[in-house]
Design a protein around this ligand. Structure first.
Ligand code: PLP
Length: 399
């Protein structure tokens, strides 16, 4: 008699941990005032869009006085935007990419969903490496797939290649998701790890007689510390695709712009691209938003002058100092804006509750498929991190 499909009703009762912390945070903020709550629960960049964004929007506004200025467009996105994105992708990936190799999507989330719609059959297995961005489970299920997980090494969250090989040996995997820089661990996988992973996937593809795709989710590619570069996966594995967006680097998450790039070296890539372009249309959002695409394209030059990395690096170092002083064990993030420290005592729920009593909001690691850890998002002002110091110390003192 339910109005809902059972799977959705079930998903609602599970409600994500990030959502639960968001609600707990809202209650604390109402009670104590927002400046008395140290909220590390959300990956919503607090830095404003780059300085040129407002001018870009005004310039776009000045061009709208013509028919279809904001009308339907080719489903893969505006051709000139695809050209600009291909130049960016070529620079970032170190591989020559053309406009025809990519599809403009509604963020990385839209890119992943369009890709899964194009390649998954009911019951197909997708492999995620825990801890992982929990929406992968929903994105897979949206298209009839089933998410399997393999844990990364608990010491530094590097790839556990033996465990991945064992999972691939089951012979059921259609795609493996690699997210680097990683949410929630801050790990950036090395070229050696990616090369070894490519070899495992190639062998699995040959055994299965159909390709295992490597889906590289890269919205944090711009954000690494100490000058580290994120290796491209494209030279190491022909059946790789890249999903990314401007949600984080242009603080444009609400405008929904990203793209899916298919490895230019993939045999038969046009068929896959056609499928993704169709999916981009038929999933209901009917391609990426016009203003968002125009804005992102105009702001691409601003990415080169972006001052965001040093700001995040100071925050990372400040958070590391707080955790070190509190005696909390952690892996120092190499990229993205998350810490994934060990919960002292081993119980992530208990530690999150103790932090919450100090008005500090963290998300339990079990929300990312790895209990025993917590996630702290540091896309917040340094004053918030500094302000939380005494609370972290207090929790450690209480034991
Ligand atoms: N992938 C990861 C790892 C993320 O952290 C996020 C957002 O937080 C996304 C994908 C989706 O981002 P968007 O669809 O806004 O590009």
């Amino acid at each position: 008699s339910s109005l809902l499909a059972p799977a959705v009703a079930e998903a609602l009762t599970r409600s994500s941990w990030i959502r639960k912390m968001f609600e707990a945070g809202a209650a604390l903020k109402a009670q104590y005032g927002a400046d008395q709550v140290y909220d590390f629960s959300l990956g919503n960049p607090d830095l404003p869009p780059p300085p040129g964004m407002a001018d870009a929007l005004r310039e776009i506004a000045a061009t709208l006085d013509r028919p279809m200025a904001l009308g339907y467009m080719p489903n893969a996105g505006y051709p000139h935007v695809r050209e600009a994105l291909a130049a960016l992708a070529t620079a970032e990936q170190g591989v020559a990419c053309t406009a025809g190799d990519l599809v403009v999507t509604c963020g990385a989330a839209g890119a992943i969903n369009s890709f899964f719609r194009a390649v998954l059959e009911p019951g197909d297995r997708v492999l995620a490496l825990a801890p992982y961005f929990v929406e992968y489970g929903a994105y897979t299920a949206n298209h009839g797939g089933v998410l399997d997980t393999v844990a990364c090494k608990e010491t530094d969250f590097s790839l556990d290649l033996e465990a991945i090989e064992a999972a691939l040996a089951r012979g059921e995997t259609r795609a493996l998701i690699l997210n680097s820089p990683n949410n929630p661990t801050g790990q950036v996988y090395t070229a050696e790890e990616i090369q070894a992973l490519g070899e495992l996937l190639r062998a699995a593809s040959a055994r299965q007689r159909r390709p295992v795709f490597l889906l590289c989710d890269e919205p944090y590619r711009f954000l690494t510390y100490d000058g580290l570069a994120v290796p491209s996966v494209l030279p190491y594995y022909e059946h790789a695709v890249v999903a990314t967006s401007f949600s984080k680097n242009l603080s444009l998450a609400g405008e929904r712009v990203g793209y899916l790039l298919v490895n230019p070296a993939m045999a038969g890539k046009q068929g896959l691209l056609d499928g993704v372009i169709l999916a981009n249309r038929i999933l209901g959002y009917v391609n990426a938003p016009a203003i968002g695409q125009l804005l992102a394209a105009r702001c691409l030059p601003a990415l080169r002058e972006s001052q965001q990395v040093p700001i995040y690096q100071r925050r990372r170092d400040c958070m590391a100092d707080v955790l070190r002083q509190a005696g909390v064990e952690f892996f120092l993030p190499k990229g993205a804006f998350y810490f994934f420290p060990k919960a002292p005592g081993g119980d992530d729920l208990a530690y999150v509750a103790k932090l919450q009593a100090q008005r500090i909001l963290a998300v339990p690691g079990r929300g990312f498929g790895m209990p025993g850890f917590v996630r702290l998002a540091y896309c917040v002002d340094e004053a918030v991190i500094e302000g939380a110091r005494s609370g972290f110390l207090q929790v450690s003192k209480e034991g």
